[in-house]
Design a protein around this ligand. Structure first.
Ligand code: FCB
Length: 440
């Protein structure tokens, strides 16, 4: 790796990220059923119909996994708490084993000198709440606030930082408009409601945690840069609309108390009544803003109903996800977010990384593509910092190969290889490169 810790400001945090459903093994420990279990059980949704029943069995192996985080020299570990593990019905009775688990996990991080950075919701909605309409039902904001109170009432005293919801765009648009993630809907009315309720739930969780006396609370937004596919006014307009749906809706709601007009043009007729009155809650003050960044998209017009756009294959080199590698997009987002939305608020890159075809050969995984990807993105983080963007940390997605949602176990994002038959962990070459960089 070309980049090293010494190239970043004093106190800059380096971390590794994971999420509960993707690694824990959800069939264990009394966790309730989630809409991802239902989605995966429906033919055609997930590659080979795979689910998170066993995943990396992190539930039983977290000690070994946290040793790997510590030994690489990371400062922080970003993890998530499963709603259905803690409240199997989504509301009401607590699964004490689930709460105990997050308690032990927290202490295990602290014992290893790692800062616990929690995300309350990384997508495993309890099925009984999906039965009630899930993110389409306004009551979800209250259910989520109650869940927040239960979990953070137990571990909140030891968290370094907390964000309520991972990637609101995925929770709302990807899952209710595109249908690629659970609950797999393709419905504009459901989408509009989810787009709003996800932010309302975020705000309620922040208010709840403030009530518990907690600090260092933020939001984690995934961002995709969009460029026009062709040099035409129509393409440019659609790329701007894509940016508004994907990125500016959520930042606008949280940091400016307003949604972009070009998205309201499509969604307003479907929003719940009184949505304008929710901005004081949605905009609850934050202490930092997290950006998950992987790729950019080329956008072109597409005939048909709003939004009338489509993604077009781009010319840049791609990862195993078929995502173009465009490190400069990260720089653009860091500088633009500070300039247009967050000012001096600390920014964190809360996810960045790539999937590769990472084969285990003679006990080793050679993944120079991953080291190059990380280096190229770290260059852009430094460029943003040099221009004054208040970037305070960088988290790699992911510590382990894991359940990559509708793509099952095929797409390997880990610094550590996982053999999904034996569950053996093998640090890849990139893990060793990162470890060297963090010591230097
Ligand atoms: C992000 C998700 C994470 C993982 C990576 C590849 O959108 O937060 O769970 O799927 O993408």
């Amino acid at each position: 790796m070309r980049n090293a810790r010494r190239d970043f400001p004093e106190g800059f945090l380096f971390g590794a990220a994971t999420s509960s459903y993707q690694i824990e093994g959800h069939a264990t420990g009394g966790a309730g059923r989630t809409h991802w279990d239902d989605f995966a059980a429906t033919p055609g949704n997930v590659v080979r119909g795979e689910n998170g029943d066993l995943a990396c069995d992190h539930y039983h192996r977290f000690g070994e996994d946290l040793d790997l985080v510590r030994d690489a020299g990371f400062d922080a570990y970003r993890f998530s708490t499963s709603w259905a593990r803690v409240l199997p019905e989504g509301r009401g009775p607590v699964n004490e084993a689930g709460l105990d688990y997050y308690d032990r996990l927290t202490d295990a991080m602290l014992e290893r000198g790692l800062k616990p950075c929690a995300t309350l919701y990384h997508w495993e909605l309890p099925s009984p709440l999906a039965d009630l309409g899930g993110w389409r039902n306004r009551d979800i904001a209250g259910w989520f606030a109650d869940f927040t109170e239960v979990v953070m009432g137990r571990i909140g005293d030891r968290m370094h930082s907390v964000a309520p919801i991972n990637e609101p765009w995925c929770v709302a648009w990807l899952s209710h408009f595109m249908g690629y993630h659970a609950p797999g809907l393709r419905d504009i009315r459901a989408t509009a409601r989810a787009m709003h309720h996800v932010l309302l739930a975020h705000g309620r969780a922040i208010e709840t945690m403030r009530g518990l006396g907690m600090s260092n609370l933020g939001g984690v937004f995934n961002m995709e840069w969009s460029d026009p596919a062709e040099d035409t006014a129509e393409s440019a307009e659609k790329a701007t609309l894509y940016d508004a749906i994907y990125n500016r809706w959520f930042l606008g709601g949280v940091f400016r108390g307003a949604y972009p007009d070009e998205v309201l043009a499509g969604l307003e007729p479907h929003l719940p009544t009184g949505w304008q009155d929710d901005f004081p809650t949605i905009g609850a003050k934050l202490d930092w803003c997290g950006i998950n960044y992987y790729t950019r998209k080329l956008i072109a017009p597409d005939p048909g109903p709003w939004p009338g756009l489509k993604e077009v294959e781009g010319p840049l080199p791609k990862t195993f996800m078929d995502w173009e590698i465009c490190p400069e997009g990260l720089y653009r987002f860091l500088t633009r977010t500070a300039r247009d939305y967050t000012g001096d608020l600390p920014l964190y890159v809360t996810e960045n990384g790539m999937a590769g075809q990472d084969d285990l050969r003679a006990g080793k995984v050679d993944d120079p593509h991953r080291t190059d990807y990380l280096d190229a993105h770290l260059d852009q983080v430094r460029r943003a910092i040099a221009e004054g963007a208040p970037v305070r940390g960088y988290f790699i997605w992911s510590l382990l190969d894991n359940y990559e949602w509708s793509l099952g176990y095929e797409k390997r994002f880990g610094l550590v290889h996982v053999d999904f038959d034996t569950l053996a962990r093998t640090p890849k070459a990139s893990y060793h490169e990162v470890a060297k960089a963090l010591k230097g």
